[in-house]
Design a binder for this molecule. Structure first.
Ligand SMILES: NC(=O)c1ccc[n+]([C@@H]2O[C@H](COP(=O)([O-])OP(=O)(O)OC[C@H]3O[C@@H](n4cnc5c(N)ncnc54)[C@H](O)[C@@H]3O)[C@@H](O)[C@H]2O)c1
Length: 339
């Protein structure tokens, strides 16, 4: 069996997690090279994973022809350029969401992917690899809920993470692009249609700092899709209780909900406070299994020479919608989407 040699770029919050999965949990793959512009992050990765190569320069990583594939977990604004460079250098590419921070650069990345049909490209919308989300998808596709009517998705970060969030607002491209893009992707996936109209609102309810970037600490959008189904999404940063990712799909015959009460595990605590369950506290904790499944799928797709389900077009469309939602939020106008 071939072992794929993977190089990872970006060893921050999520990059370190992907690196640890590739190093120890993904079959038929090895973490051969790591790259980050910060020496201290490289040193930490070297100590934990002992990769053969370490780089502070992304172009130098791409000169390593021993590699088969690269995983891009760098800041979102770098994704599209690095996708193009990696494909040009002959590597299969896994890239974290969002594909890019505006439609124009996404179209360039799409061209690069389309120009290299022999190379595998996969985008990291990991919720599609979470067991509950896949289970719901099967039920929708099997017609169990009837005709889908409404998708509702909430993604709210714990307020305990607010300092770290405030430090990266300038690079985040806004709540719709950074957070709501997951729910935008899920809505498209579940409703099997594209939005025709979109309206977005929100505000700075607790943290005026977001205003400086024309953003809100909680924002929402309402969309009507071309097949008449609806979607309502909320992205926020002020959950007092933990990490809240809640999804509901209402059909003409039944409704399905995923994690409407977010929970860490199945344990119930009965103590002097009453009866309670603990809440998941971070994306790392809630979606660890999904991150492993998606990376395994990337590796399997390369080895079996098949295309992953999450394609570059999903990245283009989700960024297009997130960009329009941001525009709506700023202008307070309903937008009719032309394709
Ligand atoms: N799927 C998810 O739920 C999820 C969760 C978190 C982050 N993300 C995405 O992952 C990406 C990274 O997010 P993060 O939170 O880990 O960010 P981060 O800021 O913690 O890490 C980014 C890392 O990239 C490094 N870097 C910057 N420029 C570089 C370059 N030119 N070459 C190599 N390394 C470089 C930085 O030094 C840093 O270590 C973002 O696109 C983000 O949207 C996705």
């Amino acid at each position: 069996m071939t072992t794929l040699k993977i190089g990872i770029a970006g060893l921050g919050r999520l990059g370190f997690i992907h690196a640890s999965h590739i190093a120890s949990k993904i079959s038929d793959a090895e973490l051969t090279a790591v790259c980050d512009i910060h020496e201290d992050r490289l040193a930490k990765a070297k100590q934990h994973f002992d990769p053969e190569y370490t780089y502070t320069s992304f172009p130098r990583l791409l000169e390593n022809k021993e590699l088969d594939a690269v995983a891009l977990v760098t800041p979102s604004a770098l994704h599209c350029g690095q996708i193009e460079q990696s494909l040009e250098a002959g590597f299969h590419v896994f890239c974290e969401k969002p594909l890019g921070v505006n439609l124009e650069e996404c179209m360039m990345a799409k061209k690069a992917v389309d120009d290299h049909p022999d190379l595998i490209f996969m985008l990291g919308f990991m919720r599609r690899y979470d067991e509950s989300y896949r289970y719901v998808k099967r039920k929708i596709d099997d017609g169990e809920i009837g005709k889908p009517v409404l998708f509702r998705g909430y993604t709210v970060d714990p307020v305990s993470a607010i300092d770290s969030v405030l430090s990266y607002i300038p690079q985040s491209a806004g709540q719709f692009m950074d957070m709501a893009v997951h729910d935008i992707d899920l809505a498209r996936w579940y409703l099997k249609s594209e939005p025709a109209t979109i309206y977005a609102i929100g505000g700075c309810y607790a943290y005026p700092q977001f205003k400086e970037y024309d953003d809100g600490d909680n924002v929402s959008a309402l969309m009507q899709f071309e097949n008449e189904s609806m979607a309502f999404i909320l992205a926020g940063r002020t959950a007092p209780h933990g990490y809240q990712v809640e999804t509901e799909i209402i059909g003409t015959r039944s409704m399905l909900r995923i994690a409407s009460v977010p929970q860490k595990n199945l344990v119930e605590i009965l103590d002097e406070s009453g009866v309670r369950k603990e809440c998941s506290n971070s994306f790392e904790e809630r979606f660890d299994g999904a991150f492993i499944h998606e990376m395994q799928e990337f590796v399997d797709c390369i080895l079996e020479n098949r295309k992953p389900e999450v394609r570059v077009d999903d990245g283009v469309e989700s960024t297009r919608i997130a960009e329009l939602a941001t525009k709506c939020f700023k202008s307070n106008e309903l937008i009719k989407i032309k394709r």
